[in-house]
Design a protein around this ligand. Structure first.
Ligand SMILES: NC(=O)c1ccc[n+]([C@@H]2O[C@H](COP(=O)([O-])OP(=O)(O)OC[C@H]3O[C@@H](n4cnc5c(N)ncnc54)[C@H](O)[C@@H]3O)[C@@H](O)[C@H]2O)c1
Ligand SMILES: N[C@H](CO)Cc1c[nH]c[nH+]1
Ligand SMILES: [Zn+2]
Length: 422
């Protein structure tokens, strides 16, 4: 990894840019895909499956037989691991459910918010280079807890673990469709695929661009969750072997992934670089990981203050703090998707099973977006009730304000009620 020593603050923006993606060129490829699905429905999906996934499909929906067979195709060890992950993710997300609390703002005026699951949601499960069945849990569990009635799953992979996890989370229909065309199918609906109101899930640049484009057409999306990334901040309490392993764990996602290492110790950065070389050699996905490491940087900074500033500027999807007093350092971080503290909290645990969600904002979106949670799958409907006493209390305030806004019909809606109580 390229070590950049003591860069000036003015150099940070250029240093911290993600691997360049020509978004206009990608949009140019994705727009015709969206259009084909919109105009030709299932027939368009068949053409695209052949072109981009090399498969000829008569039916897109996974059948009941495929769901049933999935369970017997997986070994017990994997099924037990998936069930354990399900339990932890369920427990963490269940605590996010908030009961509606009735608030009396003034005597006789009561307001509250009710959480209602979005009726129809679509979840995209990446499967181009690896079948990410863990993403089924990360999206399906909050959808289940939120009470979404229809959960439509699309994935280019037919890995049995995806179907096993889909059954656990209660997905209502599942289709073997990948890429931008899957997003289009769920956004517009086709003869086979139901149209949904909100689409969730990470994916490659085609998937992410498709989500951004359909969001301009009135379909909600969770957030732009593109190529995975991790930033690691280390001091001399860290362990170079662990740090290199963490960097590679995200680098192996794809050539467009990026990792960032920040430290005040040059010696440590060099030690991690040596470890990276050794560990890369034995990785099955070393080609992808090596390309991603080549896009990445190790930054040597002057002080802990500078390290924190640079991490907040970068706004990483994942941030590992392998430093002394990691929790107090984490209090100073205000831009990150998910934070991992200390030497024994590898980011992989959050990816699979500790309980937190792994669908997180990438590419600096952590400055303004949160990762997926139960909240992402619900709408909050406000409700209010005003009694006769309440309208006497609040009515005059509303009359004065409505009159001042020159909206007399608003004022009258209060006045007629107040007059009826005279
Ligand atoms: N941010 C997060 O929360 C998060 C979580 C998990 C995974 N990820 C990311 O998801 C991505 C998964 O990518 P992937 O490619 O393995 O799987 P994917 O399922 O996202 O994409 C595969 C699909 O891309 C389409 N495609 C391939 N080449 C194409 C082309 N030239 N033109 C148009 N469409 C094409 C194909 O239809 C294929 O089915 C990785 O970048 C990973 O880092 C992010
Ligand atoms: N690191 C990815 C999110 O950025 C999620 C994932 C799934 N499987 C392994 N990792
Ligand atoms: Zn990962």
């Amino acid at each position: 990894m390229n070590i950049i020593s003591y860069p000036e603050r003015s150099e940070w923006p250029a240093l911290l840019t993600r691997p360049v993606q020509d978004s206009l060129a990608i949009e140019g490829k994705v727009l015709p895909i969206l259009d084909l699905v919109k105009t030709k429905g299932d027939e368009g999906l068949r053409e695209l499956a052949k072109k981009f996934d090399g498969v000829e499909l008569a039916e897109f929906a996974f059948s009941q037989e495929e769901f049933d067979a999935a369970e017997s195709q997986l070994d017990e060890e994997l099924k037990a691991a998936i069930r354990q992950a399900y339990q932890n993710i369920y427990t963490f997300h269940k605590a996010q459910l908030q009961p509606a609390e009735k608030i009396e703002t003034m005597p006789g005026v009561t307001c509250w918010r009710r959480s209602v699951g979005i009726e129809k949601v679509g979840i995209y499960i990446p499967g181009g280079t690896a079948p990410l069945f863990s993403t089924v849990l990360m999206l399906g569990i909050p959808a289940q807890l939120a009470g979404c009635k229809e959960v439509v799953l699309c994935t280019p992979s037919n890995h049995p673990a995806i179907l096993f996890a889909a059954k656990l989370v209660g997905v209502t229909s599942a289709f073997r469709i990948g890429g931008a065309q899957a997003i289009a199918a769920m956004a517009y609906g086709t003869e086979s695929v139901p149209k949904v109101y909100k689409i969730f899930g990470p994916g490659n640049q085609y998937v992410t661009t498709a989500k951004m484009l359909i969001s301009k057409e009135g379909i909600a999306i969770d957030m732009p969750a593109g190529p995975s990334e991790v930033a690691v901040y280390v001091d001399d309490s860290a362990v170079a072997t662990f740090v290199a392993a963490d960097l590679l764990s995200q680098a192996e996602h794809g050539a467009d992934s990026q990792v960032l290492l920040v430290s005040t110790s040059e010696k440590f950065l060099t030690a991690v670089n040596e470890e990276l070389t050794t560990q890369l050699e034995v990785l099955p996905r070393r080609e992808l990981a090596a390309q991603s490491i080549a896009n990445s940087k190790a930054i040597l900074v002057n002080s802990a203050y500078e390290a924190i500033d640079i991490l907040n500027d970068y706004a990483a999807e994942h941030l590992i703090l392998s430093v002394k007093d990691a929790e107090s350092v984490s209090d100073k971080i205000f831009n990150a998707g998910s934070i991992f503290l200390g030497n024994y909290t590898p980011e992989s645990c959050g990816d699979y099973a500790s309980g937190t969600n792994h669908t997180l904002p990438t590419n600096g979106y952590a400055r303004a977006y949160s990762g997926v949670s139960v909240d992402s799958f619900v709408k909050k409907i406000t409700v209010q009730h005003i009694t006769e006493t309440g309208i006497r209390n609040i009515g005059p305030t509303v009359e004065v304000m409505a009159h001042a806004e020159s909206l007399d019909a608003h004022k009258r809606a209060v006045t007629v009620r107040l007059n009826s109580l005279l």
